[in-house]
Each structure stands twice: as structure tokens, then as C-alpha cells.
Design a protein around this ligand. Sequence first.
Ligand SMILES: [Zn+2]
Ligand SMILES: [Zn+2]
Length: 245
Amino acid sequence: MKLLSFFGRLPVREIKQQFYPPRFCCMMCGYEIFEGDLCADCLKSIVFNAGATCPVCGRKTAAEEICIECKARLPSYKRGVSPLSYEGGTLALIGAFKNGKPYIAYFLAREMAKKAALLPPADGLVYVPMTRKSLRRRGYNQARLIAREMSRLTGVPVLDGAVRKTGETSVQKQLSRAERENNLKTCFKADRAAVKGKVLLVVDDVCTTGATLNAVTECLKAAGAAAVYCVTAASVPHYKNKNIK
Ligand SMILES: [Zn+2]
Ligand SMILES: [Zn+2]
């Protein structure tokens, strides 16, 4: 009876943690570990954006300079950062995060919060939204999970519902760059009352071409946002991006 009343006062998540302490298994492969989130092998397989990056979009570059894409056309957001480079084991990590291992958000958000500390302070976190249909299919919005955990770590509030996604973009991969952008432009809608005059940090899992971040940024700016920055868990290195036109 005493035990029941003890658990009665705890939220469900904390009750779960009493039985499954979160740090006893590698988040990626499940191997037994005694500290950290990932085992040594998984951690070694992940590629961090530790070297040269583009000071605008944050992608890994061969030298510390603005990448060719940003030189050709600056993104709509002021600056983007990503702790991980989307190559090697990072693909498996993000894949696992999007497919049934939502708790990887704890690891990603911590790394992202460290990178986001390089950006000016934000008034609010905005996550890239999903349509209801995609949300039902996956069961969770991975960008929202990261944003919530980042908020817990940094104290910056998540602006839930600040951007809504109204159209489906599942065929994006087959489209040309111009077609993707046009398709995306009409997909997002921002809530003026929530974003007007604010410095915002857009949160997402992966920056591939930057088209999604640009589309979300443009709708936030159209709704009166003062400035928009972006943080993604991983970004495709700029030199591996050549084929995505
Ligand atoms: Zn592992
Ligand atoms: Zn760049």
C-alpha cells in the first residue's frame, strides 16, 4: 500500500524510469552500457560536425568558408547549425530515431543545444510540423520531441502550433529543386499572434537541401518574426549535396 501511494505521486514517465533506468543500454544498438547514451562503437560511427563548416548554413565544408550553395543564394534564415554530419553512422542514428526509437531525442537535443548556444538567444523554439496523416503513421513528430527536450535544457519555450503543415510533401524526393520549393511554399502556415516580433529557432532532424527550413522560415517571416535561425540534428555535407538540384 505504501509502495502504491509512492508511485501514485509520480508522473508516468518517472514511474517508467524507476523500472527502466534510461542509461543502462545504448540508445542505438541496445548494448549494455554504464554511462552516456551510446556505446563506444556507436559513438565512434557517428560523424560530428567538428571540423570546418559553412558559417551560414552550418554544413560540413572542405575549408572554413561560405559553401557554394550559400554563395549562389543565401538561405532565408540568418544562420543554421547542426552538431552532426549526415554521413556514416549518423544515418543509422537518425533512421532509428525516426523509426521507433524516439528516446534518441535526448541525445540529439543535448548536442543541438550545445550548437545552438553559438546563435543569438531565441524567444521561442519552432519545430517543423507534420501533417495529421504523417503524424498518425509515425506516432510522433520527431522534430517536436527534440524541441521539447531542447526547451527543457535551455528554458526557451516551444511555440506549439506556431507553424502548421497543411499539405503533404511525401513525393518531394522525385522533384527538382524549383518544384520542391514551390510545393513547400504552400505547405506551411504560421500563427501571426504566436511569432510576431520574435527571434525564433527552427528545430528539425535533418537539413538535406535546406528547402524545408527555407519554406518554414519564409512563412515565419511573412507572419512578422523578427529573425529566424535553424538548428538540425544533422546536415548533409555541402559537397555531398551536389546531386540534389
Ligand atoms: Zn551501441
Ligand atoms: Zn552554406
